[in-house]
Design a protein around this ligand. Structure first.
Ligand code: NAD
Ligand code: ZN
Ligand code: ZN
Length: 361
């Protein structure tokens, strides 16, 4: 049976998002229908709306979500109706060359629902990151549902579905931060805040938060930053070097996605250190730097897509750490909002007033 629900759709590049009727088909083979309980507003949703990710409008936005499975296709055995799940955008295939080599977090053939959700006139929607969760119910591949302990609040759990996981994983999985490392994070929104938490969880010694907004820097202390730098007032590279004995940090994580902040990250790391790019650049951005510096400074320059996470491994573990009081994920939830206020939440995000606005249903 097709379900008729309300969802937030970006109809055209740059246009205000609209609350619209969405038709969700009955799950077919390999699919699950999930009743969304909470979905965070991520910067990537705004990138979609602004045409920065693709031109496949109309988009059904939202992708940082948790909810309860309502129905599954006949062949689905891993999740069942009633299960509390976090949605993920890395449902690994198990067969591609990355999966076959035991590196499924690089899976080249991740799964999404095969049937489209549509508008009432039959127009197929493009779900953001293959999820689409600013909607009362959504259709995903069953592998996109990761079952976790239902004791966690949905508005907190959902954040692990994208930005916060991307940040934590950028530090722990991609950056390989370990005990005693010095770490700097440039850009301390939801993703950068996650990177600070990840660095702190991994036992980093000096943890430097860099942002242009003092509010973000204040919140950064709550995620484990030992030092904060407002790079509008102080040169970020000089400040990071000064705080690390004149050398630069072992791991620098760029969580904005801009050439000028990438350059800061590059020059603020120690020789043979690691730079992790987790912020997402737009297609027109270019970087011009001396090739000799890439060579001479050694080390590793990495990009981090979804924090190189494996949802089935990382989500339940992080939920358990949160429930034990060791991962203050609730600090990311600046406000909960109804489904019709996503546009206002974009504006608040742009003004830097929130870490995460979370739609609750
Ligand atoms: N790699 C991934 O898998 C992944 C996943 C989710 C989001 N992202 C990307 O990560 C980036 C951050 O997302 P977010 O949700 O945290 O966004 P956000 O808007 O919450 O945070 C961005 C932060 O950067 C700060 N900032 C902006 N310009 C700056 C500058 N010049 N110097 C220092 N700080 C500056 C802002 O004040 C803000 O605190 C986006 O590009 C988003 O698309 C990547
Ligand atoms: Zn694969
Ligand atoms: Zn996201």
């Amino acid at each position: 049976m097709t379900v008729k629900v309300q969802g937030v759709v970006a109809a055209r590049k740059g246009a205000r998002v609209e609350l619209t009727t969405v038709l969700v088909p009955e799950p077919g083979p390999g699919e699950a229908r999930v009743r969304i309980q909470a979905c965070g507003v991520c910067h990537t949703d705004l990138h979609y709306r602004e045409g920065g990710i693709g031109e496949d409008f109309p988009y059904l936005l939202g992708h940082e979500a948790a909810g309860v499975v309502q129905a599954v296709g006949g062949d689905v055995t891993d999740v069942a109706p009633g299960d509390f799940v976090i949605l993920n955008w890395r449902a690994v295939c198990g067969h591609c060359r990355a999966c076959a080599r035991g590196r499924p977090w690089y899976c080249f053939a991740t799964r999404n629902a095969t049937q489209p959700m549509t508008l009432e006139d039959g127009t197929a929607l493009s779900p953001a990151l293959g999820i689409g969760a600013f909607v009362e119910q959504t259709l995903v591949a069953a592998g996109q549902c990761t079952k976790v302990n239902p004791a966690i609040k949905p508005e907190v759990a959902g954040l692990l579905g994208c930005g916060v996981m991307a940040g934590i994983g950028a530090a722990i999985n991609t950056g390989g931060v370990s005990r005693g490392d010095s770490v700097a994070v440039i850009g301390c929104g939801g993703v950068g805040g996650g990177a600070l938490l990840g660095a702190s969880l991994a036992g980093a010694g000096t943890i430097i938060a860099v942002d242009v907004d003092d509010r973000k820097l204040e919140w950064a202390r709550g995620f484990g930053a030992t030092h904060v730098v407002n790079s509008r007032e102080t040169d970020a590279v000089d400040a990071i070097r000064e705080l690390t004995g004149g050398f630069g940090a072992d791991v620098v994580i760029e969580a904005i996605g801009r050439p000028e902040t990438y350059k800061q990250a590059f020059y603020a790391r120690d020789l043979a250190g690691t730079v992790v790019l987790v912020g997402v650049p737009t297609p027109e951005m270019l970087l011009e730097m001396p090739l000799l510096d890439f060579f001479g400074r050694g080390g590793a320059l990495k990009s981090s897509w979804y924090g190189d996470c494996l949802p089935s491994r990382d989500f339940p573990m992080l939920v358990d750490l949160h429930l034990q009081g060791r991962l203050p994920l609730e600090r990311f939830v600046s406000e909960t909002i109804p489904l019709d206020q996503v546009e206002e939440a974009f504006a608040k995000m742009a003004r830097g007033e929130v870490l995460r606005s979370v739609v609750t249903f």
